[in-house]
Each structure stands twice: as C-alpha cells, then as structure tokens.
Design a binder for this molecule. Structure first.
Ligand code: DOR
Ligand code: ZN
Length: 448
C-alpha cells in the first residue's frame, strides 16, 4: 500500500515514549506507524528530527472579524504555522464578540476561508446571553469563555447571579468554560488610587493587578464549579496562589484545568517591566520570578495542565505609550512559544515527553478534541510538529508573521526550533517557509 505522505527516519516523541519509527498518512489521518519502511507518494526525511503530535495553542486572539488591522485569521494562522502550531483556539473578544449563533457561523466562514491551521472556537458568556448557552452548545463550539476582569474589548463580566446560572446551564452541555480570572473591583480600586497619585510608570500596572485579585476570582470559579458540576478552565494563570487553589480544587474532585504561558514562566515582571515597559503590559501581568518558578513546577506535577500563549496582537502605536494606563495590554505569542519551550527542554527543565503532554495531549483533552487531535496514533489526524532540537536562533520581532510584530522576547536566544508544521497531512510550514493556502478546518468536540 502506498501512503499519501510518509515521514521516515524520525524519532517520535509522545507523553509516554520516545522511539524511532516511520509514519504513514492516508486521507489526512495517521494510517501506519512502523519500524520498517513505508511507501509514500511524498516522503519527508526526518533524520535527526523529533516528530511530535501536532502542537496546540489553546488561547489566541486572531481579531477577526472587526479588529483585523491588528491581525486576521490569515496572518494569525501563518504565525501559528511558522511557530510549529497545528491547531489554535480563537478567543471571542472580537467585533462583534462571538456571543450568538450568527457570530459563530461568521467566524467559521472566516476561519475556513483564511486559516492555514485547524481552529476551534469558544463563545463568550455575558449578562444578556445566558439564555443562549444551550443553543450555542449545538453549533460546534469547543466551550465558553467568561471575562471576570475587564480587559481588551471591555466585555463586562456577568453579575454573580447570572454567572451562577450560566455555570448550571453549561454543566448540562458537557462543555468546558474558561475564565479570565481577575477580580475587577480590586483592580479598578487600585487603578483609581494610582492614577490619583499621579503614577504612570509601568510597574503601577503590575501593582494594580495583585496576586489576590487573580486568586479571589479563581476561588470563586472553583466554588461555583463545585456546586454546579460545571467543567472549568483558568486562562493565562499567572500566580502561585492561583495555582495552589487550582491544585486544591483538583484534589477535591472539581474538574478544573489551567494554563499558563511562556511569558509567565520565563520573564520576571518587577525586573523586566521597567526595561520593557508597555511592551510587557499584559492582563494578568507578568509577576515576580517566584511565581514563574512555582508555575513551572506546577506544569511538571500536573497542577498546570497546559501551555497556551494568549497571543494578543496590537499595533506598535497602541502599545508603546509612555503613560502605562494608555498602553494596550497584550503581545504576540503564538509564533515564539514552541522555540521558547524547546529551549527549556534543552536546558533540562522538562523532558520533550513532558512538553508534548502540556502542549498537545492535554490541550486536546481539556477542550474535547482528543483523540482526533493531541495523539500520535493510527486513526488520529495527521498533525505533526517536526522539531530540530539542535538548531539555534534569535527571536526577532520584525520577522514575526503576525500583522502586529510585538514581542517582549525580541532578541531572545533559543535552541530547538520547529522545522515542519503538518496539518492533516498538509505541509503548512517547512524550514520557516509558510504555505498560506487556507486548508484550516473547524475542530468540533469529539466527546463531552
Ligand atoms: O493582555 C491581554 N490582552 N489580556 C487579555 O485577557 C486580552 C488580551 C487582548 O485581547 O488583547
Ligand atoms: Zn486572552
């Protein structure tokens, strides 16, 4: 039998094992994994490379529709492909926000006409669309998102009553709901105070969103989940205390999962923010390195489930304001996450197998895409990220594929690079060269 594509001589890395094998692809799925030779119409020689199950970024803002001057599904997905990401989950704070069935349909048609990687979507829950939760569940969304703290898009949080009702309705759908978990009242109080004091420095942003504001919101999410049975997820977790609460919640049997991003793991807010200023402005903020160390430990012991970037592109003009309150929060992440984390693998801070767990299998499981995504096995989608652990490079903002080339990692040295991104058998990136053909498809829940 001849396969459509064969990846030969590579070393496969899964969460459980590392082994030499050849992979055969037929009809966009993995059809064979064999020690012996396989025949392919197209053959990629992966000698010296690791073959990982397609990596996933479960948290990106591709800004489409409505804010495409920052990014659109074409540029965002090309950045993903360049960065070794096969599947993304797009966030709903667009214009209009994804809060209705019609907005869902528009998003799918945008993605399928522009995206070169596969994509999932989540719908936002606000005060006035709680009633729409059941109908949204049957569209093909992977889950829901609630913004508890105010951030870009100024999407107001539902009040506690509406939120508790939403938890109950979401529990019935079997889908998961993710949270931007920050206590808005604590932050607004501090922002007002610091502004009155005349502060405009970068650190005032960090101080206005203290650890307790994240921890308080996470605590409420876990409590509401416990009482309703909803499956919940904490987006962009940034603090040690937040992580401890998630670990305790898991221990108590609550289905709570959490993600953190490379910036929270590798940067140090108090010392990096005076240097990077608004470039590092992010909600929640990058905290001190003791938080990064705790989150890294949590990634290894399972308290933190996954790496996701919160890829939040904005133009340089929007970002680089002298007055920190005027600068917009967020920066690009989808293209730099894999090299940054592979550099950590090379530094011995986690194994490649552990990385695959948190960057492919876990996001696929948490968002209901497993085993179609997140698994290197016969019958799963033929999504692969081929990486060269020896190749070195330097992150350069001006080389990013995003429309907004903003990164606090500009100038960072990395070792370990993605060299092929393959989505359902389609080679969408090869040695840095992206094929922009819009082959991306919506990923729907596999099981509830
Ligand atoms: O800094 C942020 N930017 N945090 C968010 O939660 C949203 C994001 C954005 O959309 O730009
Ligand atoms: Zn986000």
């Amino acid at each position: 039998m001849s396969y459509d594509l064969v990846i030969k001589n590579g070393t496969l890395a899964t969460p459980e094992a590392t082994l030499k094998a050849n992979v055969g692809v037929k009809g966009g799925q993995i059809a064979a994994i064999a020690a012996g030779p396989l025949d392919g119409e197209k053959v990629i020689d992966a000698q010296g490379l690791y073959v990982l199950p397609g990596l996933i970024d479960g948290h990106v803002h591709f800004r489409d529709p409505g804010l495409t001057y920052k990014e659109d599904f074409a540029t965002g997905s090309q950045a993903a492909a360049a960065g070794g990401i096969c599947t993304i989950i797009d966030m709903p704070n667009t214009k209009p926000p994804l809060s209705t069935v019609e907005a869902f349909r528009e998003k799918v048609s945008i993605g399928e006409s522009k995206s070169c990687v596969d994509f999932g979507v989540v719908a936002v829950v606000v005060q006035d669309n709680v009633d729409r939760i059941p109908e949204l569940a049957s569209t093909g969304i992977l889950g829901y998102k609630i913004f508890m703290g105010e951030t870009v898009g100024a999407i107001p949080a539902p009040d506690d009553g509406a939120m508790l009702e939403a938890f109950g309705l979401i529990a019935k759908t079997g889908l998961r709901v993710g949270f931007h978990a920050e206590n808005n009242q604590i932050m607004q109080h501090l922002i007002k105070r610091f502004k009155a004091q005349g502060r405009t420095d970068a650190l005032a942003h960090l101080e206005s969103r203290p650890e307790i504001s994240e921890a308080d919101a996470i605590q409420k999410v876990i409590l509401f989940a416990q009482s309703t049975g909803a499956k919940v997820h904490i987006y962009h977790m940034s603090s040690r205390k937040g992580m401890e609460l998630v670990a305790t919640g898991k221990g108590a049997g609550v289905d709570v999962t959490a993600e953190t991003g490379p910036h929270y793991l590798l940067l140090d807010g108090p010392s990096d923010m005076p240097r990077l200023k608004a470039m590092l402005k992010m909600n929640p903020p990058v905290r001190g390195k003791e938080h990064g160390a705790a989150l890294f430990k949590g990634l290894l012991d399972g308290s933190v489930d996954m790496i996701a970037t919160d890829h939040s592109p904005h133009t340089l003009e929007e970002k680089l304001k002298e007055n920190i309150w005027e600068a917009i929060p967020g920066f690009c992440g989808v293209e730099t996450s894999v090299p940054l984390m592979l550099t950590q693998v090379n530094a011995g801070r986690l194994t490649l197998n552990q990385y695959v767990q948190v960057a492919s299998e876990n996001p696929a499981r948490v968002w209901g895409m497993y085993p179609k995504k997140g698994r290197l096995a016969v019958g799963s989608d033929a999504d692969f990220t081929l990486v060269d652990m020896k190749q070195e490079g330097v992150i350069r903002s001006e080389r990013l594929h995003s429309r907004s080339q903003v990164s606090p990692f500009d100038g960072y040295k990395v070792k370990g690079l993605p060299v092929y991104t393959i989505v359902r058998g389609n080679v969408v990136m090869q040695h840095g060269e992206v094929n922009p053909a819009p082959i991306g498809k919506l990923v729907t829940p596999q099981a509830r």
